[in-house]
Design a binder for this molecule. Structure first.
Ligand SMILES: [Zn+2]
Length: 403
C-alpha cells in the first residue's frame, strides 16, 4: 500500500474533506477503510487518533502502518465500497482538545530549555492530563514556575504557529529543538521566534488558541523529571475541580478558601495531641478500674480471682485491663466482652502463679462454640454462643478455685 496523503499536515483546522475509498477490508482491529487522502490523525508521536464519521459510518480508531498507509477503523462499514467518494468529518471537540495539549507541549518543552536547559525526551497525551519527561535531575517549584511563566507569556502574545515542509538540507539550517526522526521531507512546526520542532501532529494556528498551560504535578522518573500538565479546556476543567475542592474544604471550617492549609494542619496537630491525651487518661482509668475490681474480688488462698463480663467493650481495652489487674497483685483475671454476634474472652494471671490460662480459655471457648488459646499467663479467644458467656466465666472461676 502507498503512504496516505495527510491533509492535516498543511492545515490542522480542516475538519471536513472529501476522499475516495481505495480499500475496505476486515482486520483484527475491526472493519478498516483506506482512503486516497485523509484529514484523520492516526495515533502516533504521543498523540491519540481522531474520531469522527466517514459517510454514514463512525470512525472509532485510526492507525498508520510502517509504509505510511492510514487505516480508519469504522463501525457500520457496510455502506462503504471501494471506488466510492465519501465525506469525512472530524470530531471537532476532540481535535481541538488534542491540538491544545500537543501545541502546549511544544511551548512547554521549549520553556524548560530556556528556563534550565532541560530537553524533553518523551511526551504522552493522556485522557485527562499529559506528561513530558525532561532531562532535569533536581526540579524545584521556582524552576517549574519559571518554565510555566515563559510558556504562558508565549500564549498571551498570541504568536502565529506555522507549518514548514522542508528537505533535510533546509531542516539542517533551522534551529530545531530536537533532531527529526524521519528522513527526506520533514515537517517542522514553528512557534514564531520561540520554537522550531520536527513533528507530525495536529497544532493550533496561533498560540492564543491553546489557552492556559498549567503544570499540575511533577515526579522523578528514571533520572528525569516527569511533568504533568493540562492546557486550554482541560486547564479550565482542572481549575474548576481544584476550586470546588478547596471551597468545599473551606466551608467545613467556615473560612476563606485559601486559608485552609494552615487550618487543616492545626486540626491534625490537635487531633494528634488529643489522641495522646486520651491514651494517657485511659491508662489512668484502667489502673483505677483494676484496683477497684481487685478490691471487690474474693480471695482464693494466696491470690484473687477477678471476673467480669462487659457489654460492647473493645477487646483491646479488655486485654489492657486484664494486664493491669494481674500486675497489681497476685491474681487471675477472667474477663469477657460481648455484643449481639459474639463473645470475646481474655484470661490472664500474675507471673507468680502457675495456672495455665491457655488450657482454661480453650475449655471456655468450647462452651461458646468457638476457639482460642495463648500462653500460660495470657490467652484470648471467643465464640458465637453469646448467651453462655456468663456460664463460661463462672465455670472458669470454679476451676481456678479448685486448682
Ligand atoms: Zn507537535
Amino acid at each position: 500500500m502507498q503512504p496516505t496523503p495527510k491533509l492535516y499536515f498543511r492545515d490542522s483546522s480542516l475538519l471536513e474533506f472529501s476522499a475516495t475509498v481505495i480499500d475496505a477490508r476486515s482486520s483484527e482491529r475491526g472493519d478498516c477503510v483506506v482512503l486516497d487522502q485523509t484529514a484523520f490523525y492516526p495515533t502516533g508521536g504521543g498523540q491519540p487518533n481522531d474520531i469522527g464519521t466517514l459517510g454514514e459510518a463512525s470512525v472509532v480508531d485510526v492507525f498508520e502502518d510502517e509504509a505510511g498507509t492510514i487505516y480508519h477503523v469504522v463501525e457500520g462499514a457496510g455502506s462503504l465500497n471501494t471506488g466510492q467518494t465519501v465525506t469525512g468529518i472530524i470530531d471537532r471537540v476532540r481535535r481541538l482538545d488534542h491540538m491544545q495539549q500537543h501545541s502546549g507541549q511544544h511551548i512547554l518543552s521549549q520553556a524548560f530549555v530556556q528556563a534550565c536547559g532541560a530537553e524533553t525526551r518523551s511526551f504522552h497525551l493522556g485522557a485527562r492530563t499529559s506528561t513530558i519527561d525532561i532531562e532535569l535531575q533536581s526540579p524545584t517549584s521556582d524552576l517549574l514556575r519559571a518554565a510555566e511563566d515563559i510558556a504562558n507569556a508565549v500564549v498571551f502574545e498570541d504568536r502565529p504557529m506555522r507549518v514548514h515542509l522542508v528537505n533535510e538540507e533546509e531542516a539542517a539550517r533551522l534551529p530545531l529543538r530536537k533532531e527529526s526522526a524521519v528522513r527526506g521531507d520533514i515537517r517542522v512546526i514553528e512557534v514564531e521566534d520561540f520554537d522550531w520542532s520536527p513533528c507530525g501532529g495536529t497544532h493550533a494556528a496561533r498560540t492564543g488558541q491553546i489557552g492556559m498551560i498549567a503544570i499540575r504535578s511533577h515526579e522523578r522518573a528514571k533520572k528525569m523529571t516527569r511533568v504533568e500538565f493540562v492546557c486550554g479546556g482541560r486547564a479550565l476543567a482542572d481549575y474548576r475541580l481544584a476550586n470546588n475542592t478547596a471551597v468545599a474544604v473551606a466551608r467545613l471550617f467556615s473560612a476563606e478558601r485559601d486559608s485552609t492549609p494552615e487550618l487543616v494542619a492545626r486540626e491534625i496537630q490537635e487531633a494528634k495531641s488529643n489522641k495522646k491525651r486520651i491514651r494517657d487518661l485511659l491508662e489512668l482509668a484502667m489502673v483505677a478500674e483494676a484496683s477497684e475490681m481487685l478490691a471487690g474480688s474474693a480471695e482464693s488462698g494466696d491470690f484473687k480471682i477477678v471476673h467480669a463480663v462487659f457489654e460492647g467493650r473493645a477487646v483491646e481495652e479488655v486485654r489492657v485491663l486484664a494486664a493491669k489487674i494481674v500486675q497489681r497483685e497476685p491474681s487471675i483475671a477472667l474477663l469477657a466482652t460481648k455484643n449481639a454476634e459474639a463473645a470475646r474472652l481474655v484470661f490472664a494471671r500474675s507471673s507468680s502463679l502457675a495456672q495455665n490460662m491457655g488450657q482454661l480459655l480453650a475449655e471456655a471457648c468450647e462452651m461458646l462454640g468457638g476457639r482460642g488459646g495463648g500462653k500460660p499467663d495470657l490467652a484470648q479467644g471467643g465464640g458465637p454462643n453469646v448467651q453462655r458467656v456468663e456460664e463460661a466465666i463462672r465455670d472458669a472461676a470454679e476451676k481456678t478455685k479448685a486448682s
